[in-house]
Design a protein around this ligand. Structure first.
Ligand code: PLP
Length: 382
């Protein structure tokens, strides 16, 4: 959320630099004789890689593209099944469908992320990958889920669109599974307008993803690009230099964003934690959260909707829950035939959990009285 709040002269300077030093080369590859060694996307990847401790990072055009490319890196396609969770953004399921594989969703547990027990039940002989989502900043139970994937030789992809900077046992989210994907759309923690990143544990997957996202180009240094070698097909999901430049600037602000948002989140928790009739979202042991949201639940759906009314009267909207649930819960996606939603009570367990929840957005520039407003809205609801 907050990256867009502090876009300023730093982003402008990085972008201008493409036109001044880089002579306006907007393409990530080639033009060496013109560009004066100005490579923004490459630098953004390197900086991302250093910051989050992943050896191989590939920038792409969006978080949705990042998921699609991750699946392509493992040649996942028709005949395969990919399991994700019921509570996520619709993009996770779209990327699976786009690959040709069949999407399967699990229920969530009290962390509001993938339920490990349900995952075990939904694995079949065709299951090739699991996309676990660290939805709205709180890590999934990665220890359990990774173990299940390892035992069944299934690829683990972390959809880290909301989890940037959060850790599970001292490792950054997105660097624990085989691959981790990030989004830099305008509502995410750091933004490049549109954009995404993939972190890989393994060089081989990185190399095939890098080629696939660029029509199969291997970027063979021995030949010019137009004679480039290839060993696979692909598509075009290349990030351009303008996005890369903004990414470099936003990444420099990441620490500042993270710590300010964490402080703001704590202030709200301090204010509301003694209210007995609400329950704050579970966080798995040995993990930290990305301070993107604060989710708590009431005793029932009615109270959650009432809170939304009270809170909006104070001039604020809630975030995703209950506000934009139809875009974020597979139980509502009757428009996606691949999910085969026929029964009325699909994802009953998830529905029951989510219905009672409210998500508060955490801003970088939080008004001083914001925690009081949250507190008052809860009190008025009860
Ligand atoms: C935002 C988001 C995406 C997609 O990212 P885009 O950059 O908007 O394409 C994927 N998964 C989740 C969970 C998201 O919230």
């Amino acid at each position: 959320m907050p990256g867009f709040e502090i876009i300023d002269s730093l982003e402008k300077k990085e972008v201008s630099n493409i036109f001044e030093r880089g002579k306006g080369v907007l393409f990530r590859h080639g033009f060496e004789n013109i560009r004066n060694n100005s490579f923004k996307v490459e630098k953004f990847e390197k900086n991302f890689s250093n910051k989050f401790g992943s050896k191989y990072c590939l920038a792409v055009t969006s978080g949705t593209a990042a998921l699609r490319v991750a699946l392509a890196a493992k040649k996942i396609g028709p005949g395969d099944e990919v399991i994700t969770q019921s509570f996520t953004f619709v993009a996770t399921v779209e990327a699976i469908i786009e690959s040709g594989a069949k999407p399967i969703c699990t229920e969530i547990d009290e962390t509001l992320n993938m339920c490990a027990n349900d995952l075990k039940k939904k694995i079949s002989k065709r299951t090739k990958a699991v996309i676990v989502v660290h939805m709205l900043g709180t890590p999934a139970r990665l220890d359990l889920i990774k173990k299940i994937c390892d035992q069944n030789k299934i690829i683990l992809i972390e959809d880290t669109a909301w989890g940037i900077g959060a850790k599970f046992k001292d490792k950054y989210l997105g660097t624990i599974g085989d691959m981790g994907t990030f989004s830099f759309d305008f509502a995410k923690t750091i933004t490049t307008g549109e954009g995404g990143m993939i972190c890989f544990r393994n060089k081989k997957e990185y190399k095939s993803a890098k080629a696939w996202h660029d029509h199969g180009h291997e970027n063979n240094p021995k030949v010019p690009r137009w004679e480039d070698t290839r060993s696979s097909g692909g598509f075009n999901f290349r990030m351009n230099e303008l996005q890369g430049a903004v990414g470099i600037a936003q990444l420099k602000k990441f620490r500042k964003l993270y710590s300010k948002q964490s402080k703001n989140r704590k202030k709200i928790i301090e204010k509301i934690k003694r209210i007995k009739q609400i329950k704050i979202r579970d966080v798995p042991k040995n993990s930290t959260v990305a301070p993107e949201s604060l989710i708590f639940s009431f005793n029932n759906k009615k109270l959650a909707s009432k809170f939304r009314q009270k809170f909006s009267k104070k001039g604020y909207s809630t975030k995703i829950l209950p506000e934009a649930i139809t875009w974020h819960f597979a139980g509502k996606w009757k428009h996606i035939p691949e999910l085969n939603l026929k029964k009325n009570h699909y994802f009953q367990k998830s529905n029951k959990i989510l219905d009672k929840c409210v998500s508060i957005p955490i801003f970088y520039k939080m008004k001083k009285n914001f925690p009081d407003l949250v507190y008052e809205a809860i009190k008025e609801t009860l």
